[in-house]
Design a protein around this ligand. Structure first.
Ligand SMILES: [Zn+2]
Length: 153
């Protein structure tokens, strides 16, 4: 863009010098060439300005996307701070509300897999074979099977 503007200014300066050098007597062919040069530089400048405008639009959209992603991340961090990873059974983890009281069997448990994807999904209790317990995530279909909660004796 700056190169096009400088080129256009040089062409304009050349035309001015041509007029000044003529002092009343203007060479029509030289003046026509100078005006043609100015016109060409103006077209190049317009083309460069249009290209820069398009690039600016892309950058504005990119900034908007990044601002949206930053807000989403900040919102998630506020939401995630309400929960903590909990060992609900031997080797089985889920997220529960911080400051939770009472037995794990009664607590609302969130899927650790979905939590890692910045999503809250409540685990649903299911029947399991062989006197085991199962928790199912209806969102990602994770199924956690274990014998007893870590706070059960
Ligand atoms: Zn899940």
């Amino acid at each position: 863009m700056y190169a096009e503007i400088q080129s256009g200014m040089a062409a304009l300066k050349g035309a001015i010098e041509l007029v000044q050098a003529g002092r009343g007597v203007i060479d029509q062919a030289a003046m026509s060439n100078a005006l043609y040069e100015i016109q060409q530089r103006l077209l190049e400048t317009q083309s460069a300005a249009l290209r820069i405008s398009e690039e600016n639009s892309v950058l504005v959209e990119r900034v908007r996307d990044l601002e949206s992603a930053a807000k989403k991340l900040a919102d998630w961090e506020v939401e995630a701070a309400k929960y903590e990873r909990t060992n609900v059974a031997h080797g089985v983890y889920a997220y529960t509300e911080k400051g939770r009281e009472g037995a794990l069997i009664d607590a609302i448990k969130m899927c650790a897999n979905c939590f890692g994807d910045q999503s809250i999904s409540i685990l649903q209790a299911q029947h399991a074979e062989m006197r085991q317990r199962a928790l199912m995530c209806l969102k990602c279909k994770s199924r956690l099977v274990f014998r007893s909660y870590s706070d059960q004796t």
